[in-house]
Ligand binder design. Structure first.
Ligand SMILES: Cc1cc2nc3c(=O)[nH]c(=O)nc-3n(C[C@H](O)[C@H](O)[C@H](O)COP(=O)(O)OP(=O)(O)OC[C@H]3O[C@@H](n4cnc5c(N)ncnc54)[C@H](O)[C@@H]3O)c2cc1C
Length: 338
């Protein structure tokens, strides 16, 4: 974090373990007590493996953390040697269904490159009422585009799926259907980190921080939150409960709103900036094997006034280029850039 000191930021590499709202302190794992006038909670997700048998410590794999992704690669290499059915999907209330779609299409591509696609049955199992809902209410054209792609790639699809439990090599759905697998990657729900859950008065039942449109804690205007740590209840009524995807672009916008509002409060400003989550624009590059799909929408959550899906503008280079740009921007602290 070399960019911190020039900006007057002290960088402390430690874990926050308890936030005391009333004493205005944060206690850390290494025994520090830090006091604050304003607090920003941006601790991201904890993965919820409460559905029996799910998760890398049970019978399914996950792509969400570097150690889990490395474990998943080993599982993938085993399936190349001993082919069997693969089930990719998301559990009910999953936090980021889009990332599971990306994994599905990248996996399909890799199976073809390794000449194993013909001998492996591939399943997509999703709580969405239709493919392309993504937990955001869908996008114009997304459902037919994804349906055609899934058909073309001969991927079996189960929508409205709720996972009851997973046993070694078998997923049982809530409707009693059983799916055998040699490898399964299921995206879990995202809940709040332990520090939020351990800090009285900070969170809702899932450990996520309830915020106003200014990103201030609903009950404490000196506490702000941004990113996956905030609570965004799904506005959609679906047969199977869905999580709202709190992706990178909204996290970036929220962090800027938080910074601006703290500056306004310090300057004794009364009017704070508001950016309701559902009205933040949708901006996303979806990786899909040897392809990219660019998604642009005036609002992240449906209804959208304008939304467009552009398949394959730069083959699979769009995501790579964006990643390089974004990491460069973050490493140098150029937060004012888009
Ligand atoms: C597999 C996957 C693929 C994704 N792909 C995309 C994508 O293509 N595009 C997109 O826009 N979004 C994507 N997302 C979502 C994106 O990762 C999140 O929106 C983004 O990372 C949210 O940022 P954040 O700051 O809220 O959380 P994080 O990026 O998780 O950052 C939280 C930070 O807080 C730290 N932390 C946690 N607890 C503590 C503590 N107690 N004390 C101190 N530090 C702590 C963590 O170590 C971490 O550094 C993807 C997510 C997943 C899981």
């Amino acid at each position: 974090m070399t960019f911190c000191p020039p900006h007057g930021i002290d960088w402390i590499h430690d874990e926050a373990v308890i936030i005391d709202r009333h004493a205005r302190t944060v206690m850390t794992a290494n025994g520090r007590t830090l006091s604050w006038d304003f607090l920003v909670v941006a601790t991201g997700p904890k993965l919820d493996w409460s559905i029996s048998g799910t998760g890398p410590h049970a019978y399914t794999e996950c792509v969400c953390t570097p150690p889990d992704a490395l474990r998943l690669r080993e599982a993938f290499e085993r399936v190349l040697d001993e082919p069997g059915p693969i089930v990719v999907g998301a559990t009910q209330r999953a936090g980021c269904i889009g990332a599971a779609y990306e994994f599905l299409f990248n996996l399909e591509d890799q199976l073809r490159r390794h000449h194993r696609r013909e001998v492996i049955d591939l399943w997509w199992v999703t709580p969405e009422p239709f493919v392309g809902h993504f937990g955001i209410g869908g996008l114009p054209g997304a459902q037919p585009l994804l349906t055609d792609l899934l058909n073309h790639l001969k991927i079996h699809v189960i929508t409205n799926a709720a996972i009851d439990h997973v046993e070694p090599g078998t997923i049982e759905l809530a409707d009693g259907r059983r799916l055998d697998f040699a490898l399964s990657m299921l995206m879990p729900p995202f809940i709040g980190r332990d520090v939020i859950r351990a800090s009285p008065g900070l969170d809702n039942a899932n450990g996520l921080v309830p915020v106003r449109d200014t990103y201030q804690h609903r009950d404490d205007p000196a506490i702000f939150a941004a990113g996956v740590a905030i609570d965004v209840p799904s506005p959609f009524s679906t047969p199977i409960a869905l999580g709202v995807p709190k992706t990178g672009y909204p996290a970036d916008v929220e962090a800027k709103v938080v910074a601006e509002n703290i500056a306004r409060l310090i300057a004794h400003g009364i009017h704070l900036r508001e950016a309701p989550f559902g009205q933040i624009p949708g901006l996303c590059v979806m990786d899909a094997g040897h392809k990219d799909v660019v998604i642009l929408a005036n609002h992240l959550l449906s209804p959208h006034h304008h939304a467009v899906i552009i398949p394959n503008p730069l083959y699979d280079e769009g995501k790579r280029l964006f990643e390089k740009y974004y990491l460069w921007k973050m490493r140098h602290g150029y937060s004012y850039l888009p």
